[in-house]
Design a binder for this molecule. Structure first.
Ligand code: HEM
Length: 376
């Protein structure tokens, strides 16, 4: 990109900072009006609407800030690209997003969005999109299978008041999973106007008996998550689910020997697979788990089994409060892997920094768009 165009992009950062989320909100509305088929791909539930435009806005803003060293945004691109690959986002979708994003910029900034600014952004969007397309092309090549494949539900276990574990099997594909990955389920709930895609973490690296993932029933009444309620209430053993191949970059770094796993609520799911992998690899893991109470506590038997081999500490927040500084004292030399809600992640990262853990040693996976968390 020519230097004067780069300067134009940089000069628009303050306006994007101010209006970024409004721009992407307008962009979403416009895009869905013109391409209603895309409603089948994006999560339309109450909880997520808002987070997603925020995550997209923040990513675009980061790309504008880093126009002179785009390498800096590659780690973020990789995490997003895993989700895109799992959702089957394809190169032909990028011009649709680009056109509507540029229209969003024009609509919100009005006369301030001069032809020069629009021209520079059109070119820059093309560059950002190409980075995503290239990274995703590699992921499509490496994926364990193409697109969505039918799996038969062979097990459904109630793990806690609001978490169910599914075991599913396919005759069509042979595959490996890695601890920390998620699969993506495509369902078509009868009382919902669209298809819906959701990511669910895999709870075990062992797949001889089938692939296992856990689903939390989200919200009640007005805030009820359509898909999680459909999964809990309607999907039974013997039914078929469409799954896309395992994805995700929340993986154990093989160089880490001393590990500390921290999880909150349903965030235990990928961590259970990671602890399994760590124990089998002869590493030295510890596990600290926060959950509201005994009724909400999933994987009780599995955690007890881990407890016979490694330190496992379970804290019920109703009785003993949330995890805090003293829970992590003396563990600062360990590499940390955290998983839980956005709120849990924010709280843990803050406490760990205060207790002296180094930022480089903290890996995390929020259940929700990561870039909306970083952008807080
Ligand atoms: C998710 C950015 C292009 C479809 C996301 C997320 C970000 C993002 C930050 C959230 C990831 C997370 O959960 O951690 C971008 C950027 C793009 C782009 C910067 C362009 C350069 C596209 C395209 C499509 C698409 C072309 C397909 C039409 C999706 C969907 C999700 C997603 C369906 C999941 C959202 C949900 O949960 O509903 N993207 N994206 N994205 N993206 Fe993109």
């Amino acid at each position: 990109m020519e230097p004067h165009k780069k300067e134009i992009i940089k000069a628009t950062v303050p306006a994007l900072e101010e209006h970024g989320t409004t721009i992407t909100t307008v962009f979403y509305q416009n895009m869905f009006k013109k391409h209603p088929d895309l409603l089948n791909m994006f999560n339309q539930t109450n909880q997520k609407v808002g987070d997603q435009p925020k995550a997209l806005a923040f990513t675009v803003l980061q790309a504008a800030r880093h126009i002179d060293d785009l390498e800096a945004i590659v780690p973020a691109v990789i995490g997003i690209a895993h989700k895109h690959r799992a959702l089957n986002v394809k190169p032909e979708h990028y011009p649709i997003v680009g056109e509507n994003l540029l229209e969003g910029i024009k609509e919100v900034l009005g006369d301030a969005a001069t032809p020069e600014i629009m021209d520079a952004w059109e070119e820059y969007y093309g560059e950002i999109a190409q980075i995503f397309i290239d990274v995703e092309a590699g992921m499509y090549k490496e994926a364990e299978w193409d697109g969505f494949v039918p799996f038969k539900v062979t097990g459904k276990d109630q793990l806690s008041d609001d978490i169910v574990r599914y075991t599913v099997k396919s005759d069509e594909v042979d595959f490996d999973v890695r601890a920390g990955q998620y699969i993506t389920v495509k369902v078509d709930p009868s009382d919902y106007p669209y298809e819906a895609l959701r990511h669910y973490s895999i709870c075990s690296v062992h797949t001889e008996e089938g692939l296992q993932f856990a689903v939390k029933k989200e919200g009640t009444d007005d805030t009820a998550g359509v898909v999680s309620h459909h999964m809990h209430d309607d999907v039974q053993v013997g039914d078929t689910l469409e799954l896309s191949a395992p994805a995700g970059d929340f993986l154990l770094d093989p160089a880490d020997e001393k590990l500390l796993f921290i999880a909150g609520g349903v965030g235990a799911t990928p961590v259970m697979a990671m602890i399994e992998e760590a124990i089998e690899a002869g590493k030295d893991p510890k596990f600290i788990y926060s959950v509201q109470n005994k009724g909400m506590h999933p994987f009780k038997d599995e955690m007890q089994e881990f407890g016979e081999k490694i330190d496992v500490k379970v804290k019920y927040s109703d009785d003993e409060g949330f995890l805090n500084h003293e829970d992590f004292e003396g563990l600062q030399d360990r590499s940390v892997y955290i998983c839980g809600s956005m709120h849990f992640m924010n709280a843990m990262i803050k406490v760990l920094h205060e207790v002296g853990f180094s930022e480089d040693n903290i890996h995390f996976e929020p259940f929700g768009p990561k870039m909306s968390l970083v952008g807080e």
